[in-house]
Design a protein around this ligand. Structure first.
Ligand SMILES: Nc1ncnc2c1ncn2[C@@H]1O[C@H](COP(=O)(O)OP(=O)(O)O)[C@@H](O)[C@H]1O
Ligand SMILES: [Mg+2]
Length: 232
């Protein structure tokens, strides 16, 4: 690697991939999150741990401005850029392409009216500019990697034709399709049995290290109502 590239990489590593500063989220007079601070650097995994209702999901949704009527204060920076300042068009490019979300309930992400293959391929065509036929074979490959059996057949299935574990894997395939820089997983395996849970957790780990950083894992930030505490 040349010195110039090494310097550029070192500079990029010094800037957090995602940084939340004094994040506060409220719905009317109800304060869901108050003064949450965290930073995730490239290659890191970070888990946000907290009791039910402590604001984990709204924190994840606020990053991509997916919360309807909430009031959000504080800074949300992605690679140093304030996401609050971006236009809807710029945000659309970041959603899925740069930051992907995996939800607890796959039907939040999967459209029941389209086959899982067409949904995954669509994002490959949109974000990666692939031709439809290339996108389809890449989709089959992604489904295979997440552990779905007979991906050549499953690619043409609708979500309701799949088991809970298969749906979860399809959603993971969709999230990883565009090699996002940041993967946010919001309790993606809570609803599954223990064995399927372990398989899906492995499937969500990006192949070969890749460029994806996970907002879940083992440097824990514990979240209670109204704040956060670091547990390295
Ligand atoms: N759309 C909404 N309108 C009003 N309150 C909401 C909304 N979404 C979440 N909340 C409230 O925000 C708080 C945090 O919720 P949530 O992020 O779902 O918790 P967690 O994911 O940690 O279980 C809860 O008190 C919840 O009732
Ligand atoms: Mg939640």
């Amino acid at each position: 690697m040349s010195d110039v590239h090494a310097q550029a990489d070192a500079a990029a590593a010094a800037v957090p991939l995602l940084e939340l500063q004094h994040l506060a989220i409220s719905f009317g007079r109800h304060v869901a999150v108050e003064d949450l601070n965290l930073a995730i650097y490239p290659g890191e995994r970070l888990a946000l741990v907290g009791e039910s209702g402590s604001g984990k999901t709204v924190t994840a949704l606020s990053i991509l401005r997916l919360l309807g009527q909430a009031r959000i204060r504080g800074a949300i920076r992605f690679q140093g850029k304030d996401l609050a300042q971006l236009s809807e068009d710029e945000l659309r490019k970041i959603r899925g392409g740069e930051i992907a979300l995996i939800f607890q309930e796959p039907m939040t992400a999967l459209n029941p009216l389209y086959t899982i293959g067409s949904q995954i391929s669509e994002s490959l065509v949109l974000h990666e500019g692939l031709a439809p036929a290339v996108a389809r074979s890449k989709t089959i490959e992604l489904l295979r990697r997440t552990g779905i059996r007979e991906p050549e057949r499953r690619v043409d299935s609708f979500a309701h034709q799949l088991s809970g574990g298969q749906r979860q894997r399809a959603m993971i395939a969709m999230a990883l399709a565009c090699r996002p820089k940041l993967l946010i997983a919001d309790e993606p395996t809570t609803a599954l049995d223990t064995t399927t849970r372990a398989h899906c957790a492995t499937a969500a780990r990006p192949a070969g290290g890749g460029r994806t950083t996970c907002a879940r894992g083992w440097r824990c930030v514990g979240q209670r109502h109204g704040g956060a505490a670091d547990h390295p």
